[in-house]
Design a protein around this ligand. Sequence first.
Ligand code: AMP
Ligand code: ZN
Length: 115
Amino acid sequence: MNNCVFCGIAAGKIPSQKVFEDDSVIAFKDLSPQAPVHVLIVPKKHIQSVAQFQAEDKELAAHIFVDVAPKLAAQLGISDGGFRLIVNTGDDGGQTVPHLHVHLLGGRKMTWPPG
Ligand code: AMP
Ligand code: ZN
């Protein structure tokens, strides 16, 4: 989608610190890290948020959570200590970039609940 920063990153038109890529997903370091490890897992397809998921996106959603997130956590060395996955959705959910993304955070003890 035009003017979407994460579509731009997925297309290689906007630079990022990429840590993983396959046919349907890209993962890169967050510009404003909130933990020693903080990457964003982003589908290459433009989906605004979880609220816009369609039935056809089931495989993609499963791919992100079943295949990519745990393997990336292990690759980044945060699997044993534990990690956090966050999917902010919509304005009240704290979403600022309107292209679905999963935050993967780790490398420190996290608190709950979030603000
Ligand atoms: P959210 O509040 O869930 O929409 O999170 C958006 C995240 O994207 C924030 O943590 C930002 O720091 C991050 N971000 C925004 N633009 C970029 C970018 N060009 N490269 C990497 N991270 C970005
Ligand atoms: Zn997009």
